[in-house]
Write a protein that binds this ligand. Structure first.
Ligand code: ADP
Length: 274
């Protein structure tokens, strides 16, 4: 019954205002419910594809006797499909958690530079393996946030930067406080394949995957959920995320978050990572 509206009209300013507020809330709930329904439908669709692939590989192999090598190859394929499914389910859970947390999330003061540094260190090995230079320049910055969710954002962005930058390229991570100390900007920039202008808004949509041809010889393996998770987390922290990119020149993801003023803490000692 979300379409129903309160019928009050012209019965006094306060009642009108109350009706408008409640109708606004109903609209928001309706949007939320329809987004959840869309997510469920999309998720079912996305889960069906790897499940169908697993079933058909098994069927084909069962229909006639095979060599041990064939069975080994099949098991290798099944593990890959299984990993993809596991990744998809984990991302879906995270997305559902971050989206439903949006209005109720409890934020604690955390050191953003330390959180980012940990992610950068985690990616150093994989960057090296892919022949990429990874540099970080981080100003000390405190924000009110959920440290797990914010690290997930940095991990997703670094994961993409590594995936979409060819060997010999570089990734720069910078964290800079604004001059008036009201916000902090986190930029993750790569000099890889880049994103066409018409896809700049689409990349934050759930399940959007770019044209795999951009990465020569490799189909896009991802789930298309990484950046939608980033957007959900950043919005739940009252921040903004945007992309700047030109094809062939790399991509820069910029996040702005409100800075937490440490002086407002009563107990300095309580400030810390969870
Ligand atoms: P996934 O990486 O799982 O495909 P994402 O939501 O993280 O999903 O990204 C969506 C799409 O945005 C990617 O498929 C890719 O086309 C594009 N994209 C994201 N990050 C980058 C990047 N750093 N460089 C080029 N393209 C990118």
């Amino acid at each position: 019954h979300l379409e129903e509206r309160l019928p009050w009209r012209g019965t006094g300013d306060e009642l009108d205002q109350l009706a408008a507020t409640i109708n606004g809330l109903l609209d928001r709930i309706a949007v939320h419910v329809s987004r959840k329904q869309d997510l469920l439908a999309n998720a079912a669709h996305e889960l069906r594809t790897p499940l169908a692939a697993i079933r058909s590989s098994i069927e084909v192999t069962l229909n006639e006797p095979r060599s041990v090598e064939d069975y080994q190859e099949l098991l290798g394929e099944l593990i890959e499909e299984n990993d993809h499914l596991e990744n998809l389910v984990n991302q879906l859970l995270l997305l559902s958690e971050t989206e439903s947390d949006r209005h109720f999330i409890h934020l604690h003061p955390i050191s953003l530079d330390q959180a980012v540094q940990r992610s950068v260190e985690m990616f150093r090995g994989v960057a090296e393996e892919n022949g990429l230079a990874l540099h970080a320049k981080l100003q000390p910055s405190w924000v009110k946030g959920n440290v797990e969710h914010l690290r997930q954002v940095v991990n997703n962005l670094l994961d993409n930067a590594v995936k979409f930058t060819p060997e010999g390229g570089g990734i720069d991570v910078t964290l800079r406080r604004s001059a008036d100390q009201s916000t902090v900007e986190l930029a993750i920039a790569d000099n890889g394949y880049g994103i066409p202008t018409e896809e700049h808004d689409k990349v934050f949509e759930r399940f959007f995957r770019g044209d795999g041809h951009r990465v020569p010889g490799e189909p896009t393996q991802g789930t298309g959920l990484g950046l939608s998770i980033c957007a959900a987390v950043i919005h739940s922290h009252n921040g903004e995320i945007k992309v700047e990119s030109a094809p062939g020149e790399g991509a820069t993801f910029r996040i702005t978050l409100p800075l937490h003023d440490l002086r407002s803490e009563d107990q300095y000692g309580e400030v810390g990572e969870e």
